[in-house]
Design a protein around this ligand. Sequence first.
Ligand code: C2E
Ligand code: CA
Ligand code: CA
Ligand code: CA
Length: 279
Amino acid sequence: AAKRAGQAYRRWEPALDEQSTGHAKLGAEMRIGLDAGQFRVVYQPIVAFPEGRIAAVEALVRWEHPHRGTVSPAHFVPVAEQNGLIVELGAWILRTACRQMARWRAELGVSAPDKVSVNVSARQLARPGFATSVADILAETGLAPNHLAVEVTETAVFEGGQAVTTLHELRKLGVQIALDDFGTGHSALGLLQTVPVDILKVDKSFVDNVTEAGRHSAIAEALIQISTELGMTAVAEGVETAEQADALSRLGYTLLQGYYFSRPVAEPDFGRSRTAIAA
Ligand code: C2E
Ligand code: CA
Ligand code: CA
Ligand code: CA
């Protein structure tokens, strides 16, 4: 095993070097891009099913790089977390999403979504001043705290500490907490007892096979039961087909998100819905 580890190390060392210079370059370009206004925020509907109303939206960041084209957040968010730029970028995303949501609330009345859900990284949560900066952004944009949720991952909170303190502070403000990609981390269900959680986002991997019988749908079924039992709201992520939506609905899910309903877009069509179109 030691020999294998040694070989792996030699094999990976140059690749890691390359990766870190690549990351440094991307990080520097991100700094420039932030100042040059290359980032924008898109919104993916979270649909109340089967009625079809857009109950909430998830804010997702996009980077239009002048030469690289659209860079995926799956690629640049981890780099921004590493070099710390996520703190400034994250504050910008939060402000942009809250401002947009305040505008929708003001303009659309009853057809406005109830909530905007914003992804927050471990690095942001670890800062003692984070909840205060959220309070400032809410005041500045005029958005009521009950219209905001923050999405955090299990890995960002399972060690406790400041991250969990931050969640309690956010909740005290009236902001809701969503646990993202639920079931894919290494933490156990016990996490739900130690971390304040309002919304469970059931990961796409449990939605993919939900139309198949037996063990394939068993986890999606167990997770809706647990969330109901604990007084949490469940959202199923990555719904791509009508069959999946129907199967999830039969299991008791009422909030669904995925390409079947809509991709993330700059301005969702709040007046129309997937089910209304299909009907
Ligand atoms: P996530 O938070 O789990 O977001 C869901 C991702 O799944 C999004 O990818 C979304 O476009 C995609 N998705 C939604 N429905 C479907 C579907 O039906 N099928 C498939 N195949 N994919 C679907 P995106 O926007 O590329 O974001 C990837 C990840 O990057 C996010 O995963 C999140 O971890 C991170 N991210 C995105 N925006 C932000 C942000 O503003 N802040 C932070 N900290 N992280 C972000
Ligand atoms: Ca998310
Ligand atoms: Ca997710
Ligand atoms: Ca994810």
